[in-house]
Design a protein around this ligand. Structure first.
Ligand SMILES: [Zn+2]
Length: 457
């Protein structure tokens, strides 16, 4: 039997996937109009993966799209290439329950723009596909691909979910679930998950009265905030070596300060932009999209993954530690002192689990444990700084900033300090406590300088 055609396809797929791997990081940081070639490769690779392996690599593709940032700048074109989208809420009562709860406003007032955003997102794909086709593909190729696209069905949890965010979340959930299995944790069914457009960078674990399963819920903008923050922060670190053996970033605080002050790669503007977009505009995607210089991509990726996994790990941590019990998710009412104490203790406990599960996931990917911790630690810095910016904008002088704790949550600063101590008790990382704490101090110094310089310019 002649299988040469199939083998050629396979070879081409491997080649394309390799190119995609290189470009994937790059595409993450592109503004849409910068690089059609990467989209072409991504589409071709997906197309081949569909035919050769019977499964698609749409996850990385979607992430590339999503990360472009301002999808709203795109023109909308109606086309027959729209992908089929179905909703679990139509067939599964738990998801129906979630959808109805969101619609009733149980998770807060919905971001008014969500419907427009979701429609735009669907149009975005269709428009992009059409563009790629007309520019690079033959009519035959496009027709074949379009047919496959139309067969490909995207299943979203509810009508409030976003294609790109759900895709990102699914990847993170799979990592945390794998970590939980690695540790043989006993938690019954792994919770369902979904993104919801609350317009607040927030997450929660919730038992809904009408659902048999727990839900882990994440705001649609949360991961984008992690993504943009890790990019902006990475930019302030000077590169001291970049060759075939890898990239080395400086950990000399004076050099970092100099880089921030010289600001040749606009790190202060980028940093300020993401804080402002989140805190003042309430929407990280309002930050200006930009291409990260090649040498920074892998490092920024590492930080981002640590931050995102920590968020998901924390919410699952609540479930694993049995915090939800028979209660529905925390209601907004005054808590007694004992309840506040309990609630804060539970946050620390969930952070501990989030940290352990994240480090496990990062180590499976082959990342160094010290750097992995820095990534998850950066999540807390990002939240403290957003609070600091909020305080500054409300007229409080920066030197008088004091992060407040809420009834339900300790301050992000306290949570960060707790984890930096807690690592002394985690196998596989406790040996590195001294170097981690030293590195955290270095990062604190770099962030402080970045913050001060950003707000003064
Ligand atoms: Zn929590």
């Amino acid at each position: 039997m002649d299988t040469s055609c199939e083998n050629d396809d396979k070879k081409q797929l491997i080649k394309l996937q390799r190119e995609l791997k290189i470009l994937e990081g790059k595409a993450l940081y592109l503004s849409l109009y910068d690089n059609y070639a990467s989209f072409l490769i991504a589409f071709k690779a997906q197309h081949l993966a569909l035919t050769v392996e019977g499964k698609c690599i749409i996850n990385s593709l979607i992430r590339s799209f999503h990360s472009l940032g301002r999808a709203k700048a795109l023109p909308l074109t109606k086309t027959s290439a729209t992908m089929k989208i179905s909703y679990r809420s139509d067939t599964d009562s738990d998801f129906k329950c979630l959808e109805e709860s969101i619609a009733r406003g149980e998770f807060g007032k919905l971001n008014e723009l969500w419907r427009v955003e979701l429609e735009r997102e669907k149009g975005f794909f269709a428009w992009e596909i059409q563009e790629v086709f007309s520019n690079y593909w033959s009519k035959e190729e496009s027709d074949k691909f379009l047919n496959e696209m139309q067969r490909d069905e995207i299943i979203l949890p509810t009508r409030f979910d976003s294609i790109s965010q759900h895709s990102i979340l699914s990847g993170l959930i799979a990592e945390i679930e794998q970590s939980a299995q690695d540790f043989k944790l006993e938690y019954g069914h792994f919770p369902h998950s979904s993104t919801i457009p609350t317009g607040q960078v927030n997450a929660c674990a919730a038992n809904l009265k009408c659902s048999s399963r727990t839900f882990l819920l994440f705001d649609s903008q949360l991961f984008l905030y992690c993504h943009l923050f890790s990019k902006a922060f990475a930019l302030c670190l000077p590169i001291i070596k970049s060759d075939s053996s890898g990239i080395q970033l400086s950990s000399n605080i004076d050099k970092v300060k100099l880089q921030i002050e010289n600001n040749t790669n606009k790190c202060t503007e980028r940093f300020f932009d993401v804080l402002h977009a989140y805190v003042i505009l309430g929407c990280p995607s309002e930050a200006e999209p930009y291409l990260l210089p090649k040498d920074y991509i892998s490092y920024s990726e590492l930080l981002r993954q640590g931050m995102e996994l920590m968020v998901v790990g924390h919410e699952f941590g609540h479930v694993n530690a049995g915090h939800l019990g028979d209660a529905t998710w925390r209601s907004i009412r005054m808590l007694s002192e004992a309840e506040i104490y309990k609630s804060h203790r539970q946050e620390f406990e969930a952070d501990f689990w989030g940290c352990v599960l994240t480090l496990q996931a990062m180590s499976r990917k082959g990342y160094d444990s010290t750097l992995s911790f820095i990534g998850l630690d950066l999540f807390f810095s990002a939240m403290v700084l957003s609070e600091r910016y909020r305080s500054l904008r409300s007229g409080i002088r920066d030197e008088h900033f004091e992060e407040e704790e809420s009834e339900s949550h300790p301050s992000f600063g306290a949570r960060q300090a707790f984890l930096r101590e807690a690592i002394k008790h985690i196998d596989g990382i406790k040996e590195h406590t001294a170097s981690i704490q030293a590195l955290c101090q270095f990062y604190d110094g770099a962030l402080e300088h970045l913050w001060k310089t950003s707000i003064s310019t």
